[in-house]
Design a protein around this ligand. Structure first.
Ligand code: BES
Ligand code: MN
Ligand code: ZN
Length: 479
């Protein structure tokens, strides 16, 4: 999909479909006299999209009217959502040939243009590569007519949508295609393409680093683990380094605490956190942000075999805290424990964020609307909240009272990996927090938000790419 910004009024109509955006109760018919629009009852209500016909120079042209609602109430997120629905509507109007579209949105400014572009590209996305006879409906070029020059903003929207799609594709790929080794290879390719450095540790190196918690999860699988390190360090003088850690379970059977089939069927998506940090690294480095960022992913598969770890095992960790494994399905926190310890101590990151499809409890608490966050630092949380307002990805802070911390103390070892159902999203996060020391830390549980059951707005069925844009903004606004 190509975008062009045109700063004149519409002169000649070469394109297949015209789109007109309209605020509440604007009289479209009179704004575009020359189009001879036949509009019966279009009021410009938010998210209403209607197709009508226009007669221009003896030709009939399809026109899509897009309602933006009250001008004062419009937000970037609302633009994104309506942009996504517009893309879906346009595709439903396409027959065989690729179409070009003119969008007439004269008031669209720098602030809104990128959101519209993000919405359209992300709303258009579908994961259909394994359908043998799939005919993709193609929107070829979109001309956006505005008063202001918004071409820079359009470029930014394209980058953020494209890198969100990097994450969506990685999550949507099944576990027989994306496993630790192939994930690492994809990251190496992306590093070359977008401009960050990639280093991949294999089993021996992981062992020598002392990552026993990570290796315990990995050891039941035929697929060997990989520890993936991504570095973008444009400013060597700056001592500040933002650390990003993504949960990278390329499949989660639950291990011996095995999941029922209905809960297991979608567990190829258990590397959604990894996909977020990978997509964010692409956006951060391609946009050449002046911030040092390091990201790591402890990639493995939680499987069953004679070699797998078992409930009741007592294991060690890179941070030298011992852990009772009460539930092999609480595996994410074990891999994250070593990953966050590594990034703080070996990469010398000065603040860190981990992001993970960590708990069903996050879905129970917040549904699929918002991601659950816990932190040890109010200022860092505020920065994340500002980033989330820019991305439209919703977050909600959960409490970390001492009573919760006492729930993860082990009886025979220092910690236990499961504290049961109560407060499950919080205790899982606090477990990871045991390994970050005093470094400012954010933990984001995206179990509910990283995937969507249906297509609507700028979401499509399957992976959402949650986190990519928020992490990009966090890096860009971070002090
Ligand atoms: N990957 C799952 C969490 C999950 C559940 C993500 C549903 C997406 C959708 C995680 O590894 C897990 O199994 N968590 C357990 C923890 C429990 C055993 C303490 C859970 O949430 O049930
Ligand atoms: Mn699990
Ligand atoms: Zn998991």
């Amino acid at each position: 999909m190509n975008f062009k910004n045109i700063n004149t009024s519409l002169e000649k109509l070469n394109e297949n479909i015209i789109v007109i955006t309209s605020f509440l109760n604007e009289k479209i018919e009179t704004r575009f006299n020359e189009l001879n629009l036949i509009v019966s009852d279009f009021k410009g209500k938010y998210n209403k999209i209607e197709t009508v016909k226009a007669f221009v120079e003896g030709k009939i042209i399809k026109v899509c009217l897009v309602g933006l609602g009250e001008k004062e109430e419009l937000s970037n997120e609302k633009i994104r959502v309506v942009g996504g629905n517009l893309a879906k509507k346009l595709k439903s109007m396409i027959k065989d040939e690729a179409v070009n579209v003119d969008i007439l949105s004269s008031d669209l400014c720098e602030e809104g243009a990128y959101a519209l572009v993000e919405g359209i590209i992300l709303g258009d996305y579908e994961f259909k590569k394994y359908k043998t006879n799939h005919k993709a409906k193609i929107i070829d070029t979109i001309n956006i007519y505005t008063k202001e020059d918004v071409s820079k903003s359009i470029e930014k929207g394209k980058l953020l949508a494209e890198t969100t799609i990097v994450a969506r594709d990685l999550v949507n790929e099944p576990a027989n295609v994306i496993y630790p080794e192939t994930l690492a290879n994809e990251v190496i390719k992306l590093g070359k393409e977008y401009g960050f450095e990639v280093e991949v540790y294999e089993e021996e190196k992981i062992k020598s680093l002392g990552m026993e918690a990570f290796l315990s999860v990995a050891k039941g699988s035929e697929k060997k683990p990989r520890f993936i390190v991504m570095r973008y360090m444009p400013n060597k003088e700056d001592k500040e380094i933002l650390g990003l850690v993504g949960k990278g379970l390329t499949f989660d059977t639950g291990g011996y605490s095995i999941k029922p089939t209905s809960s297991m069927v979608n567990m190829k998506t258990d590397m959604g956190g990894a996909a977020s940090v990978i997509g964010a690294m692409c956006a951060i480095s391609k946009d050449k942000l002046d911030k040092n960022v390091v990201a790591v992913v402890a990639a493995c598969e939680n499987a069953i075999s004679g070699k797998a770890y078992k409930p009741g095992d007592i294991i060690n960790s890179m941070g030298k805290k011992t852990i009772e494994v009460l539930n092999t399905d609480a595996e994410g926190r074990l891999t994250l424990a070593d990953a966050v310890y590594y990034i703080v101590n070996n990469e010398k990151t000065t603040s860190i964020l981990d992001i993970a499809t960590l708990t069903g409890a996050a879905i129970v608490a917040l549904g699929t609307v918002a991601s659950g966050v816990i932190t040890n630092n109010d200022d860092f949380y505020n920065e994340l909240e500002n980033a989330s307002k820019l991305s439209g990805e919703k977050i909600w802070r959960l409490p970390v009272f001492d009573e919760y911390k006492s729930l993860i103390k082990g009886s025979e070892a220092d910690l236990k990996n499961s504290a049961g159902r109560e407060g499950g999203c919080i205790t899982a996060g606090l477990f990871v927090g045991e390994f970050v020391g005093s470094t400012p830390w954010l933990h984001v549980d995206i179990a509910g938000t990283s995937e969507s059951a249906k297509s609507s707005g700028y979401k499509s069925k399957g992976a959402t790419g949650e986190g990519v844009r928020t992490l990009y903004y966090l890096a860009s606004i971070k002090k």
